[in-house]
Ligand binder design. Structure first.
Ligand SMILES: Nc1nc2c(c(=O)[nH]1)N[C@H]1C(S)=C(S)[C@@H](COP(=O)(O)O)O[C@H]1N2
Ligand SMILES: [Mo]
Length: 401
């Protein structure tokens, strides 16, 4: 663990050098504390969140604790993880939400359009899993670059906004050359560095147009700044990195963005290789499940009946079935779903009732999606430690008696 904490500290420090006093920030940012230390005062932009539900990796990286995952499908905003590469724009961008201006390009009648105008174009609501591609990295042994997220760089959220298709048709339709949807965040970039090195910009393939939204509401409330208010691109079923917060520019482009966040980062780069635009981008999420309760490494359980709870999702596909094993994956039993089905982009909560005898047990869960794909036993290693959906890596050890 300490190794990955150090790694995260270095990369975070280099990103924040422009803020001045990188080393100092590293010390102040809670880095010396063990990963599961008591929460501190949350950073200002997230001060309204429930500190007891969150683990602070840095001021710009808050993870939902496993114990706060709950069992009622939707993750409350107060407990949802946060990840940003740069400090968010100033809070005053929320003072007049309808006046927010979105620039557009790659449309026949591309023009600036306000959030107030977007609200008139249509409304759709969708529940999605918001999950960082780095979620599960903490379970990879050895040194892996990036933050050591456990299971809590993920949540299930209801978004409301305008379908992107409606925006496209209102602005005259697509430029025929368009192949990607490229979104840019509104953060203020530091001066004196190559803007492409920090530009919060990602591209997704045009086929994402079918499901994508420009959202202004999250779980029934106006979108908070921490999660991209006043307006965020939501690409259901895609890793969270593609869901650009405080979207300032929406472009239908012939090429993928040249920003480092797209060209080098968040790709499946082979271990030891130099990342580059030839590596597969982290777009659609892989299917995945994990157990939230009982908690791994907690107090010993009483022998007898145990209720195993967890979450499962299929990325862009619905969940068909979840199985649970209490013997490290030798035998599996089918779990029940415990909450409502909010559609193929949401997660399902599952419950599995079993009996455990005195001793140590390895509990695992495994999801199968509607097309019959099964969550893999092993992860596919890659340089960034991304997309870890191995059920074995996510298995937990519990003590009984
Ligand atoms: N504008 C902008 N959008 C962004 C980011 C960012 O730094 N800037 N970070 C991305 C990353 S790395 C993740 S994991 C998700 C996190 O979403 P959340 O903070 O709402 O949980 O936002 C993505 N969208
Ligand atoms: Mo992320």
């Amino acid at each position: 663990m300490s190794e990955s904490i150090q790694t995260a500290c270095l990369s975070s420090a280099s990103r924040r050098r422009w803020l001045g006093g990188a080393a100092g920030l590293c010390l102040l940012g809670g880095w010396q504390s063990p990963v599961f230390a008591e929460p501190r005062v949350l950073p200002g932009y997230a001060s309204w969140k429930d500190a007891s539900a969150l683990e602070e990796h840095s001021h710009l990286a808050l993870e939902t604790r496993r114990s706060a995952m709950g069992s009622s499908v939707i993750t409350p905003a107060s407990q949802l993880f946060v990840r940003s590469h740069l400090p968010p724009p100033e809070a005053r961008i929320l003072s007049d939400r309808d006046a927010w201006v979105l620039q557009t390009a790659g449309l026949k009648q591309a023009r600036d359009i306000t959030l107030g105008e977007l609200r008139e174009l249509g409304l759709e609501t969708v529940a999605t899993v918001l999950q960082s591609a780095g979620n599960g990295r903490a379970f990879i042994p050895g040194k892996v670059n990036g933050l050591p997220w456990g299971v809590g760089a993920a949540g299930c959220v209801v978004w409301s906004g305008v379908p992107l298709r409606r925006v496209v048709s209102a602005l005259g339709g697509l430029d025929p050359a368009a192949r990607f949807i490229t979104a840019t965040g509104a953060e203020v970039l530091p001066e004196g560095i190559d803007p492409l090195s920090l530009l919060p910009e990602r591209s997704v393939p045009l086929l994402a147009l079918d499901d994508a939204l420009l959202a202004w509401e999250m779980n029934g409330e106006p979108l908070p700044l921490a999660h991209g208010g006043p307006l965020r691109l939501i690409v259901p079923g895609y890793y969270a990195e593609n869901q650009i917060k405080y979207i300032r520019r929406l472009a239908f482009t012939e090429q993928e963005s040249a920003a480092r966040m797209m060209a080098r980062d968040y790709r499946l780069t082979p271990v030891g290789a130099e990342p580059g635009p030839g590596d597969a981008p982290l777009w659609e999420m892989d299917l995945k499940s994990w157990i939230n309760s009982p908690a791994p490494g907690g107090r010993a359980l009483k022998p007898g009946p145990v209720r195993v709870l967890g979450v499962a999702f299929g990325g862009t596909r619905a969940v068909r079935q979840v199985e649970v094993s209490v013997d490290g994956g030798q035998r599996w039993g089918v779990a029940q779903f415990s909450g409502p089905d909010l559609g193929r982009f949401a997660w399902r909560q599952f419950v599995f009732e079993t009996e455990l005898r005195t001793g140590s047990h390895v509990l695992a869960s495994r999801v199968t999606d509607a097309e019959g794909r099964e969550q893999p036993r092993l992860r596919t290693d890659n340089a960034g430690g991304f997309a870890n959906n191995s059920w074995l890596d996510h298995a937990i050890k519990v003590q009984v008696g």
